[in-house]
Design a binder for this molecule. Structure first.
Ligand SMILES: *[C@@H]1O[C@H](CO)[C@@H](O)[C@H](O)[C@H]1NC(C)=O
Ligand SMILES: *[C@@H]1O[C@H](CO)[C@@H](O)[C@H](O)[C@H]1NC(C)=O
Ligand SMILES: *[C@@H]1O[C@H](CO)[C@@H](O)[C@H](O)[C@H]1NC(C)=O
Length: 229
């Protein structure tokens, strides 16, 4: 007794599942922290960043953030060169604290029914998951303490207006730079901490993590000072 239609049915269910599951997630390093970071990475993919941090906002929409909430490659290299023996965990924790603060700022401008609210809310949860797993117990160095204090100072005059997608692009890239072991790649030359890498990957059609323009633009502009009156 054979049931060809039944077998065909299984095949279609299988085919549909494979269809839904593509594209596959990029590879991930081992350990719980990497797992949490990779979940975040997958959720922060280019398509989502573009939809939820750009397309859903009015053209050229910006959010006012503290200077310290703009955390880019040059911050990492500056800190590495100015603080000898800076533990990598200090930079990783700074990254986490900065971007959790950034997400709070984004959430603040989003009404609950805004099409990006749910996404951003979940993103914040994924950051809290990372925080819980990482549970950095490091003593903060004076330099890092100062940055964190400035970032949380509501009376600062150092504000900058930045597009939400530019902030999250920086978040995505600096995450790769600071946790490279979690994002293994076959490209031996890959240097996640260089602009060159992201510029090249934007030219490869299969890797849609490019679109450096927002970040590059920001980097070229000298920060404008508009103090809070
Ligand atoms: C990005 O993530 C969403 C789910 O959050 C998924 O549906 C989509 O396929 C992903 N895009 C790419 C290019 O991986
Ligand atoms: C947005 O910015 C671009 C580039 O700076 C500019 O050409 C365009 O006119 C701006 N659009 C709006 C609606 O402000
Ligand atoms: C990153 O560098 C910029 C410009 O040098 C500075 O204004 C900002 O405070 C730095 N951010 C952090 C988190 O150190």
């Amino acid at each position: 007794m054979t049931h060809p239609s039944w077998i065909l049915g299984i095949f279609f269910v299988y085919a549909a599942t494979v269809q839904i599951n593509s594209p596959p997630d990029p590879p991930c390093g081992s350990g719980n922290l990497c797992k949490a970071l990779c979940t975040l990475r997958n959720y922060l993919n280019f398509t989502n960043r573009r939809t939820f941090m750009s397309y859903n906002f009015p053209l050229n929409y910006t959010i006012r953030v503290h200077y310290e909430e703009i955390f880019r490659f040059n911050n990492i290299s500056q800190l590495r060169s100015s603080v000898p023996d800076l533990p990598e965990e200090n930079l990783q924790e700074l990254w986490l604290e900065v971007y959790m603060e950034v997400l709070k700022k984004v959430l603040k401008v989003l009404p609950q029914k805004h099409p990006s609210h749910k996404y951003t809310f979940h993103l914040e949860k994924l950051f809290r998951d990372v925080q819980q797993i990482s549970s950095f117990q490091m003593e903060h160095l004076a330099q890092i303490q100062k940055i964190l204090a400035n970032m949380k100072d509501p009376n600062t005059k150092m504000w900058k207006s930045v597009k939400p997608k530019a902030l999250m692009d920086n978040c995505y890239r600096t995450m790769h730079c600071l946790f490279p072991h979690c994002f293994p790649t076959e490209n031996k030359q890959a240097d996640y901490c260089s602009f060159h890498y992201w510029k090249m990957s934007s030219k490869r059609p299969k890797n849609l993590e490019g679109s450096t323009s927002a970040v590059m633009e920001n980097d070229r502009q000298p920060p404008t000072r508009h103090g809070r009156k």
